[in-house]
Design a protein around this ligand. Structure first.
Ligand SMILES: Nc1ncc2ncn(CCCCCNC(=O)c3cc(-c4ccc(F)cc4)cc(O)c3O)c2n1
Ligand SMILES: [Mg+2]
Length: 214
């Protein structure tokens, strides 16, 4: 019967990656998506940029918006200090189900809290539900038209502080023009972008880095 792409990605991980070895899980997904079928993981080129930002920020609290199959979740979780709190939000229950198994295969299930639901519903509840005051790092990789509204929502809920870093995928493709316009014209943010390519393709893409300065 029909096997969904996310199921094929999970099978590739279970077949080709070593349990408890996050790097082998990342490699298995990248090999599948570059040799077999494209999928919207952040990919290895942007993934290396993500790794360098995570390592530099060395965050005690991280929020990821949009888990998908857990590829970037595994990359981030494998770099966090033991005391870190990492929440990842996924809207689609089928994606969440696959992501849980990918995260578990990497042996990182104790480092990540995967929450199912819409970012706009969950962001206002994070403080009380998870005992988190502010986020040191936020990775935006969910609906592109929600980047701006969710950033404003995080500000309103007091989840961002001076020094918080936001990293946004896909600001060119599919694109988040209103978000880029807002953060570039706001005195509150210091922003710059990392030139890259759309995952598994040669199309131009940027990762948009935002440092909150006030
Ligand atoms: N509100 C809320 N809260 C929580 C949530 N969790 C998930 N969602 C829904 C998000 C659904 C997936 C989002 N990601 C993308 O759409 C995406 C697309 C492309 C792409 C596609 C086709 C092309 F031809 C070129 C590029 C590439 C990427 O790297 C992408 O990340 C949520 N929403
Ligand atoms: Mg993306």
């Amino acid at each position: 019967q029909f096997v969904s792409l996310r199921q094929r990605i999970l099978s590739a991980v279970q077949k080709n990656a070593t349990r408890g070895d996050p790097r082998s899980v990342i490699r298995a997904i990248d090999q599948f998506c570059s040799q077999k079928e494209w999928a919207m993981n952040v990919g290895n080129e942007k993934g290396c940029i993500l790794d360098s930002v995570v390592s530099e920020v060395n965050p005690a609290t991280v929020l990821e918006l949009g888990t998908y199959c857990g590829y970037s979740t595994v990359r981030i979780a494998s770099l966090l200090p033991p005391y870190a709190k990492f929440i990842t939000l996924e809207f689609n229950p089928d994606f969440a189900a696959v992501a849980r198994q990918v995260i578990a295969w990497a042996g990182l299930e104790d480092k990540v809290q995967l929450v199912e639901g819409a970012s706009s519903d969950w962001i206002p509840k994070i403080k009380e539900q998870f005992g988190i005051k502010t986020f040191d790092l936020v990775f935006l990789d969910h609906w592109k038209e929600h980047y701006l509204s969710d950033t404003k929502l995080m500000e309103e809920c007091g989840l961002l502080r001076k020094g918080s870093v936001l990293l946004a995928d896909n600001v060119i493709c599919p694109g988040a023009p209103d978000y880029v316009e807002y953060v570039r014209s706001s005195p509150r943010y210091k922003s710059h972008y990392f030139r890259s390519h759309l995952e598994y393709t040669k199309a131009e893409e940027n990762l948009w880095y935002l440092g909150i300065i006030e």
